[in-house]
Design a protein around this ligand. Structure first.
Ligand SMILES: [Mg+2]
Length: 425
């Protein structure tokens, strides 16, 4: 009988602010960071579960402290029993009667639980010898709904609704898996669009994105309208009418400003406007979405939990759902969010980039295609070409598509040398 014998944490920070990679209207100098957790067991196979929370520098130590607060829940547990009941483990962690006060279900404690849950899924997939997307896609509809806490969701999505959605997708799973393995999953790139890049670098990176096979790019906006108009004109001139260009304001605006600014940018045929305002303000998103239609409103990377996603969907406040692998409480909560999106018929275009987010989130999108929504219509995974070299199983993006990972696990394991070199002193 094997047990979890250690929960190790690492405060890992990359000095990305030196090159302005990742710069936007609200985050001008991010140092891409990971509050990293390793679950070690005494099993003979020596396999470990790895997970992390993505942060952008200062405060990564606070996030690491939150991870350590979970040690008592996880160390000493029987490995097989734990991995057989990840729905139960999720409920135990999220509903801890004292830790819950620090949220509930939002912020650093919730994200720490997400990293631990994702590390458990990484371990489970490694032990099964399959990539996470394939493990999830092999579960029965009943096994999938057992992973989800439907508390606070049932006015929009019940267990029975979720079962019906999953059952209706079941007959096509094998065909879609074959298609995914042959063709990959569509990607878009944010690499050209960081706000700190000058016009020449923007133009050069737009050209490179098209040469690499991308048909969809994204530009950061929201600091200065004249600059945004000039940068969008440069991008549109290079891309021509057929490449999609989305814009991302990273929460910069109030409602009236969001509407005015988005309408000004709409002349460049924008694919969506992302994070126009506070991620907590459901009514503001609904007002903006109504006023700027038909430009779709996208959000999700800072949405704290499934309950806020539910309200955004109910209110019409978002029409592109951008879930994030490390913002909410891990794989389980993201499955609930995928099911909510499917119920409302809204495409999921995951947030990625940062450090390791592409590696992690591709599994959720691919599972969604095979076993939940069954669709690629209007769906793309964000791609940014930074820091993949630190991962044992980095993403493989070719011709503008994510190739389905074949290696066992959740894609979340960093090389020990990278962990050591970038551990914050
Ligand atoms: Mg964004």
């Amino acid at each position: 009988m094997a047990r979890i014998i250690a929960l190790q944490t690492h405060d890992i920070r990359f000095p990305t602010s030196k090159t302005l990679d990742g710069s936007d209207a609200m985050n001008p100098d991010p140092d891409y960071s990971a509050s990293y957790v390793r679950l070690r067991t005494d099993a003979a196979d020596g396999l470990e579960g790895h997970g992390f929370v993505f942060t952008i520098g200062r405060g990564n130590d606070v996030q690491v402290a939150a991870l350590r607060a979970l040690e008592g829940h996880l160390v000493g547990r029987d490995v097989a029993e734990t991995l057989d009941d990840l729905g139960g483990v999720w409920r135990e962690l999220v509903h801890d009667s004292q830790l819950r006060w620090l949220g509930p279900e939002k912020g650093i404690m919730h994200m720490a639980i997400g990293a631990a849950v994702n590390a458990l899924w990484d371990l489970k997939a490694k032990r099964a010898g399959v990539p996470l997307w394939r493990l999830l896609s092999s579960l029965s509809p009943e096994e999938i709904v057992d992973l989800i806490d439907f508390r606070y969701l049932t006015d929009a999505l019940t267990r029975e609704d979720a079962l019906a959605l999953l059952r209706s997708a079941e007959p096509g799973r094998a065909e879609r898996e074959t298609r995914l393995l042959a063709q990959g999953y569509p990607a878009y790139t944010t690499t050209p669009g960081w706000l700190g890049y000058d016009d020449d670098k923007l133009a050069k990176l737009c050209r490179e994105a098209i040469e690499q096979g991308f048909t969809h790019i994204k530009l950061k906006v929201g600091a200065d309208l004249d600059d945004d108009l000039r940068r969008l004109r440069i991008a549109r001139d290079i891309c021509g009418p057929d490449i999609k260009i989305a814009v991302d304001a990273n929460q910069r605006w109030d409602v009236a400003e969001a509407i005015r600014w988005t309408k000004a940018l709409a002349r460049f045929d924008i694919a969506w406007v992302e994070e126009p305002t506070s991620p907590d303000d459901v009514l503001a998103h609904a007002a903006i979405a109504k006023a700027v239609a038909p430009v779709p409103v996208a959000t999700g990377e800072h949405i704290a939990n499934r309950v806020v996603f539910k309200q955004l969907l109910q209110s019409g406040g978002l029409s592109v759902l951008q879930l994030d692998a490390t913002r909410v409480a891990g794989v389980n909560e993201n499955i609930a969010i995928l099911l909510l999106a499917a119920k409302f018929g809204v495409p999921v275009c995951p947030h990625a980039g940062g450090v390791g987010l592409c590696e992690a989130v591709q599994h959720l999108a691919m599972f969604d295609f095979v076993a939940v929504s069954g669709s690629l219509d209007g769906r793309v995974i964000e791609f940014v070409d930074h820091l993949h070299e630190h991962f044992v199983t980095p993403v493989d993006v070719r011709g503008g598509r994510y190739l389905a990972p074949a290696a066992p696990g959740a894609g979340t394991e960093m090389y020990p040398t990278s962990i050591a070199e970038y551990t914050h002193a």
